[in-house]
Design a protein around this ligand. Structure first.
Ligand code: FPP
Length: 228
């Protein structure tokens, strides 16, 4: 079976999962973190080399302050607790997004986890927090100018090298849970030729079997990258 090198997931549906049970939204996010744990394990076992998860977008700051604060607290807890899981599976951690726009404590935790896992040689886990694709593209353009590139030097490679994903292969398979059919400003450049897989499963219910189903679907696709 052809295994995608880079899988990206828009983890959606935590709020609805909680609402279905009459619970507060934050309970859905907590269950969402447990799903992250399971999927990290499963993706690494499936031989995926890069897994990108969309945890918090540049637009998510518009959510009610209490939900934002709860998500940030969960994130901090996660960054501290899961270092053991990453070590056990040899997973390297890399943040995607605008680090400076986040609370100082989280910035420090992200850097600590990146440094602690830098020598791991298994799958790379890219966690997108305060991530927006348009922001990433705009800052890459700015960096081309700052680096003094002449117009004829600004090509796809030079631009790609200035994205947060510099050196990371393009997305092969983009999964979105919870029945929504949107890309929501996630990895727009990197997903130019990604295969899309949308499922009705809500993120907290997305487990290893659901991942396997997505991978089997992907393996059936014929990718032509614009050719014939
Ligand atoms: C979308 O569900 C989910 C989010 C905005 C947050 C995703 C976050 C997690 C899975 C937990 C945090 C992860 C880590 C690694 C700490 P929604 O709230 O938009 O759900 P809804 O569409 O049903 O309302």
């Amino acid at each position: 079976m052809t295994v995608p090198t880079h899988v990206a997931i828009i983890m959606d549906g935590n709020g609805r999962w909680a609402a279905q049970r009459g619970w507060a939204r934050i309970k859905g996010h907590k269950a969402g973190v447990q799903a992250v744990e399971r999927i990290l394990e499963a993706a690494s076992d499936e031989g995926i080399q890069h897994l990108s998860l969309y945890a918090f977008s540049t637009e998510n700051w518009k959510r009610p302050p209490a939900e934002v604060a709860a998500l940030m607290a969960l994130l901090r807890m996660y960054l501290r607790m899961f270092v053991h899981q990453l070590a056990r599976k040899g997973i390297r951690f890399q943040h995607l997004g605008d680090l400076r726009g986040m609370p100082g404590g989280i910035q420090a935790d992200i850097k600590t986890l990146e440094e602690a896992t830098a020598g791991n040689t298994g799958m790379t886990f890219h966690l997108a927090v305060n991530y927006g694709s348009r922001l990433e593209l705009a800052q890459a353009a700015r960096r081309c100018v700052e680096d003094g590139l002449r117009p004829d030097q600004v090509d796809e490679a030079a631009f790609g090298d200035r994205l947060w994903t510099a050196g990371v292969p393009d997305v092969d398979l983009l999964i979105r849970t919870s029945g929504e059919h949107r890309i929501s400003n996630f990895l727009l450049w990197q997903s130019a030729y990604a295969e899309l897989y949308m499922t009705d499963i809500l993120w907290p219910d997305f487990g290893p079997a659901a991942l396997k189903e997505a991978l089997e679907d992907y393996a059936q696709r014929e990718r032509r990258f614009g050719g014939i």
